[in-house]
Design a protein around this ligand. Sequence first.
Ligand code: NAD
Length: 461
Amino acid sequence: MGDEMTDSSMRLAVVGSGYVGLTTGVALAFLGHHVVCVDKDTNKLSLLRDGICPIHEPGLVTMMRCAWTRMSFSSQLGDEVSGAEVIFIAVGTPSCSDGSADTGYVEEAAREIALAMRDGRSYTIVVKSTVPLGCNRRVVHVIQQTLLQRKCHAVVHVVSNPEFLSEAQALRDFLYPDRIVVGSSSPEGIEVLRRMYAPVLEQTFDPPEGLARPASYCLPALISTDPVSAEMIKYASNAFLASKVSFINEMACLCEKVGADVCDVARGMGLDPRIGPRFLLAGAGWGGSCFPKDTAALIALGQELDIEMPMVSASRSVNFRQRLRLVQRLQDVLKGVRGRVICLLGLAFKPGTDDLREAPALEIMHILLKRGAHIRVHDPMALQSARQVLCGLDVQFCEDPYSMAEGADSLVLVTEWPQYRELDLSCLAKKMRTPVLLDGRNMFDPRKAREAGWTYLGVGR
Ligand code: NAD
């Protein structure tokens, strides 16, 4: 596909070039649209302009190269943005101290976009960030106020289009989604998005190398609704998935007490199509940039509206208890962790990413440090970001799991990177002072681990 405009290609702008914005921008450019990615972070932009991806997301660099001639990068919402037909807002919505979502960046982006709009033009503004219910109305208000002050007569349609990608498979999720949700009071805005997403909705694109269309894939549904329902779909989906993980972790606690194996229990449950097998893996619990913040935001929203959210609250408590339980198990087997050398295998909040936001490993590490343990850490991808995030803490960063194990008291697997499956468990066990393996993701075969010389502890088995 060339860089010239065709009948179906559109000019797009994406404000915020983080995990969501960059993936969205790259994938839309791959589909033939012309995309300008905007970000305030000039370091990020200079990397991007050099063709370097600031995040680790499988396939993103290759796809970016493929779509390069249709992409540009900018730190300003200038001419390129005002010439776009569709402008995405994909900035962060971090937690405020009371748990509610901070929409400050979204509103700031909306204002800046309105300042860049041109008289007489029509724009569709797409809110991709995860925002609290009613935020779409705020965005409409901010844009209309700014246009009024500028005496600018632009036609604006605002559409909520929540993002469901999971990091480490973001491109697959973008190209082969289960559904695309669009919420707006403007039918024109929804039609613009239908046109923009047509290659995905109709699956007319040639799959990129390494990302073949799944054999059983069916065309995705376009769920068109009102803005608040679209916002709610995102929060409710995340809260449900988080609860599913917490549910199996709660069952895992009971399994440990009664001698059942939670892996078999989850398999037996998951084969029931009403339940499904995904998100039923007992372990160290959930983390990342979404579940913790979005469940907190839901509870805060409930408080604001005088609605208790006991299920969401319980899922958060179970998740935190899970970290404590892992530490407790180590304490029990090591007879206290003070002065013990504990190695964490995996830091990223999940395999396939270098994202450390709310990573279970960091929470476990902080509890262990507080209790006087010496901490060594390894991660195949996230060590560099960990050095920045954990700067000043008494933590030893290790490039290799075998040297990390030298003279240590316990190895705790927190992130189930596939390469950890290939570790030579016998060799590792021999290097340890006390070979205690806490498998926080039930990744290893307990029998093989024991044969390799480990005291093996799984979760709920
Ligand atoms: P991120 O922190 O990785 O990226 C946000 C980017 O926006 C940053 O690079 C920041 O510099 C930039 N930014 C902030 N204000 C700006 C402005 N006014 N102009 C230009 N750039 C600006 O965040 P993310 O993980 O991509 O998440 C973005 C949103 O998407 C959040 O609301 C998040 O909850 C939601 N979301 C994230 C995921 C995920 O897996 N990361 C999945 C679904 C939804």
